[in-house]
Write a protein of this length. Structure first.
Length: 542
């Protein structure tokens, strides 16, 4: 393994293929079996971004892909290094994020032999296949470009998601006579045409509706269909609600926006009062439907790229297809309604009900923090949220004003997501202010990535909300059992720890958070704020 590389090897094929597919950044960690890929990156136009763990590299690739809409390469080593990424790939899979994971593997003639080779798994591919959308192994140098192009294609094809490719170390290290890779086509596969009968029926139902609602999910973001969504809503004069994954697909300061307070009783009543709900790009899963207690007394039209999801949770008139073409087709089949203010009034009423409910919840601290953060961030700034109390409040009550800018790991509720995802997002959007909000429990998964941020000059800001433990679990335990255990944590001095990483940091308070955010977001490189506060998960009218 120590021999000097003097010729083209399989690692060059990997990197040349990624370049041909349009990759600009690759996330990961070097590992002994994967070093040939990193050697090829050394002279490549692709920017290698090494993080401190494979988990965080996976989250960074996720953040990059979510805000850009493009696949993000994730480079993994064999065995234990690869396995550490599985939690991040689970989140990418459940949120349909196109991460392309590329792992090394032991030599081809030893796979499955259980002979004790370094980092050997009996079947590494089988460890990933149940998690990702598509998985494959390259067996020859000639296969590498084609397999990576297919991985790129599969990752993007709706419903998008992570994929996994493994390449044995003897291929990566071995000399290759395959010509340099020039062009590769990783374009997504075309989806079948929308069913004309179902489309006509959906358009008729919408035309006849007296009290319709559009419910926009993450599929609208992934499809880049926010213009089609706005056009249909404004053409039909229909209020638009958003799921947590759909936040920002329709700006929450638009007069037709009903917000995203899916846990809130006012939103539940709003959806149940509709005679037609057009659900676009959402699985209608347990998180947003109160464990499927939400009812649709009227007609439900369900648009989804995966036919098996239509009707899985609720009976519906199904439109199988990507959100953008489906919304555009519906818009072409319905006549424009004259504005009469009624739809805007319905949207305003549900927003007002939510506000009135919050006023009775003694939530001044939590809602005040969200307002301060919103005021400090430009309209198109990225905010990345962990599984922490302030994030749960933000999912419902933080106004998202631009698409693909509110990052939230609602797919699988993955702790530790926010900070590394923010680093990936800032690399995708280098001129866009980026803030990560994490709790003092979850930040331990990725606090060391302050070092990565400084090393790579990534100008994201981290806000740690320190309440001395796992605050939301503390609430759950107290409510369910009356006592707590193992949720209170002995914490470091986060300010001094950030200083040790060479990152500018301030301890802040709710009163000066706005000023401190302005200071932190104005830094050229990474920055951090630490807020010590005991927060509550706020629900206005459960």
């Amino acid at each position: 393994m120590a021999q000097k590389t003097v010729t083209r090897i399989g690692g060059h094929l990997v990197v040349e293929s990624l370049e041909a597919l349009g990759a600009e950044v690759a996330f990961g960690l070097p590992g002994i079996h994967a070093l040939a890929i990193w050697e090829a990156l050394r002279t490549s136009g692709i920017r290698p971004v090494g993080l401190r763990s494979e988990l965080n590299a996976g989250f960074a690739a996720d953040g990059y892909a979510r805000v850009s809409g493009r696949p993000a390469p994730l480079l993994l080593s064999t065995g234990p290094g690869a396995l550490i990424s599985l939690a991040a790939l689970m989140e990418a899979a459940s949120s349909y994020v196109p991460v392309v994971a590329i792992a090394s593997q032991i030599p081809r003639d030893l796979i499955g032999k259980d002979r004790g080779y370094l980092h050997e798994l009996h079947d590494q591919l089988a460890s990933f296949a149940p998690v990702v959308k598509w998985a494959a192994r390259a067996e020859l140098h000639e296969e590498i470009p084609g397999i990576l192009a297919e991985a790129w294609r599969q990752a993007q094809t709706p419903p998008s998601g992570p994929v996994f490719v493994e390449i044995p170390v003897d291929l990566l290290r071995g000399e290759t006579s395959v010509p340099p890779v020039g062009e590769l086509d990783g374009s997504p596969l075309p989806l079948p045409a929308l069913d004309e009968g179902a489309l006509a029926e959906a358009a008729r139902v919408l035309r006849d509706a007296k009290n319709p609602v559009i419910w926009a999910g993450g599929g609208v973001q992934r499809s880049g269909a926010w213009n089609e969504l706005a056009a249909l809503a404004e053409r039909l004069r229909v209020p638009v609600a958003a799921t947590f994954m759909g936040k920002g697909a329709f700006p929450e300061d638009h007069p037709l926006s009903a917000g995203s307070a899916c846990y809130d009783g006012a939103m539940k009543a709003f959806l149940e009062d509709a005679d037609v709900v057009l659900a676009v790009g959402t699985q209608l899963g347990s998180e947003i439907t109160h464990d499927w207690k939400l009812r649709f007394p009227g007609r439900l039209i369900h648009v989804d790229a995966a036919p098996e999801r239509i009707g899985a949770n609720y009976p519906a008139l199904g439109l199988v297809g990507d959100a953008g073409p489906a919304l555009a087709a519906l818009g072409s089949l319905v006549a424009e309604r004259a504005p009469d203010g009624r739809a805007e009034a319905r949207a305003a009423e549900v927003r007002d009900q939510v506000e009135r409910g919050l006023a009775g919840q003694e939530a001044d601290l939590e809602i005040g923090l969200l307002r301060t953060i919103r005021d400090a961030l430009p309209r198109d700034a990225v905010s990345s949220w962990d599984m922490t109390i302030l994030a749960y409040c933000a999912a419902s009550y933080f106004p998202a004003l631009a698409p693909r800018r509110f990052l939230y790991p609602d797919g699988s509720g993955t702790l530790g997501y926010a900070w590394p995802a923010a680093l990936g997002a800032r690399l995708a959007l280098p001129d866009t202010p980026t803030l990560a909000v994490a709790g003092d429990g979850g930040i331990h998964y990725g606090f060391t990535e302050l070092a990565s941020a400084r090393q790579h000059g990534i100008g994201a800001t981290l806000l740690v909300v320190d309440d001395g433990g796992y605050g939301i679990l503390r609430e759950y335990q107290e409510e369910a059992f009356g006592e707590t255990t193992s949720v209170d944590l002995a914490q470091p001095d986060f300010v001094r720890a950030a200083e040790a990483f060479g990152v500018p940091v301030r301890e802040t308070t709710p009163d000066v958070l706005g000023d401190d955010l302005e200071w932190a977001l104005g830094m050229d490189g990474p920055s951090a704020l630490v807020l010590r506060a005991r927060l509550r998960w706020v629900q206005a009218t459960p």
